[in-house]
Design a protein around this ligand. Structure first.
Ligand code: AMP
Length: 382
């Protein structure tokens, strides 16, 4: 099915074509007509499902129908869990909106950088504000912005927002919004807290349930390889070389490990970089840009730093350290195999982490064969 029956205006259809999208993804087919009609939407949508366009296109269309009034008001508010996601969502809005006859003011605000330029930029309000919760509350306490006239609210990666401990901030922000508004909720997973949030937030929502989670999608090959912890870096190098991955995102448990593993890989001659929450915003943006531009081949990241990253053509993800939760497992492997490409997700399993991985498998009704790679077989236990 093409995009044209969804009810989008010509400038937006043009942007979609220019991005090379042939047909809408399932979440777009479900959400766009409902959001255009002003309905609340509750969609299950992973990163990679095309969810950003599913909310950005209808918002752009509805806002461009009427000009913005005076004052420090925001008309559409998009709450996201991380600065990287804020940057990407802002970029998407700009790309999709570029052919609208009257350009909309689109602003992105997040913490970790100076607040003053953001306060100045917010002078006169904005049509669309993409924000992380903490920084938005800061800006509100400086009277730099008012949410009193928000027409549409989006919670993007709502499960991550709650996971990262933003529940309280989100509650305070919701209290500052007008009761009459449209709300769009996107979440990859549905822990009980999401149901509570949805009950508070949504009125008679259109539910969009997508059957295929990344865990079950056929285009991600999941592998579980047994290896002793001390040999993981060597095995990683071996896989990169033998499978000829042009790029790989490697997940480790700690900030220290991102630096340590990246350093070991560099010493072995691989272009590797660390991505962690201790890096300055500039350094994180640079690390991501280098990775996207293939200047680095291996990005070693913590979960926090990797959330929401949209990296096209990422053939492989490696769980060097296993994720703590089954939810994180889905998020991690969902970084590969995006938008119809195929990908590989490898988990390193040791005697100590074997039981933990069993739990992750059970949660997702998976049962992966345990593999051993010649030359890297673990020492027999006991
Ligand atoms: P998202 O789930 O919003 O993070 O989008 C994941 C990726 O899919 C992005 O790189 C988008 O540019 C791409 N994408 C979004 N919609 C489509 C579509 N209809 N067809 C092909 N790719 C798309």
């Amino acid at each position: 099915m093409p995009f044209s029956p969804l009810g989008l205006s010509e400038p937006l259809l043009r942007a979609v074509v220019a991005r090379g999208y042939g047909a809408p993804t399932p979440v777009q087919t479900g959400a766009i007509p409902a959001a255009l009609a002003g309905r609340d939407v509750w969609a299950s949508a992973q990163t990679g499902s095309g969810k950003t366009a599913a909310f950005a296109l209808p918002i752009l269309q509805r806002l461009s129908a009427r000009p913005r009034g005076q004052g420090r008001f925001v008309r559409a508010l998009v709450l996201v869990p991380t600065r990287e996601l804020a940057g990407q969502v802002g970029e998407s809005f700009r790309l999709y909106g570029r052919w609208l006859p009257d350009p909309l003011k689109i602003l992105t605000v997040y913490g970790g950088v100076s607040i003053n330029p953001q306060m100045i930029a917010l002078g006169g309000g904005a049509d669309i504000l993409i924000a992380t919760p903490g920084r938005l509350l800061d800006l509100m306490s400086h009277n730099a912005v008012s949410l009193a006239e928000v027409e549409t609210l989006v919670l993007d990666e709502a499960d991550r927002l709650l996971d990262l401990g933003f529940a309280h901030e989100v509650g305070r922000l919701l209290a500052a919004l007008p009761a009459r508004r449209q709300s769009l909720l996107f979440s990859a997973t549905f822990p009980p807290a999401i149901f509570e949030l949805a009950a508070k937030l949504l009125q008679d929502p259109v539910r969009i349930d997508l059957p295929a989670a990344p865990a079950t999608a056929p285009d991600i090959l999941q592998r579980a390889i047994e290896v002793d912890p001390g040999r993981r870096t060597q095995l990683l190098r071996h896989l990169i070389e033998t499978l000829n991955w042009p790029r790989v995102l490697v997940f480790v448990a700690t900030t220290y490990a991102t630096e340590h593993v990246a350093e070991k890989l560099r010493r072995a001659g691989l272009a590797a970089a660390a991505m962690n929450g201790d890096l300055s915003q500039g350094a994180r943006t640079q690390a991501l840009a280098d990775f996207k531009a293939s200047k680095t081949r291996v990005l070693v990241a913590t979960d926090l730093a990797a959330r929401g990253l949209d990296i096209a053509l990422l053939p492989a993800v490696v769980n060097y350290d296993l994720p703590r939760s089954a939810t994180d497992y889905i998020h991690r492997i969902g970084r590969t195999g995006r938008a119809g490409e195929s990908g590989t997700a490898v988990s390193f399993i040791s005697a100590e982490t074997h039981a933990h991985f069993r739990l992750i498998e059970k949660r997702h009704r998976l049962s992966l064969p345990r593999e051993q790679i010649a030359g890297f077989e673990p020492d027999p236990v006991g």
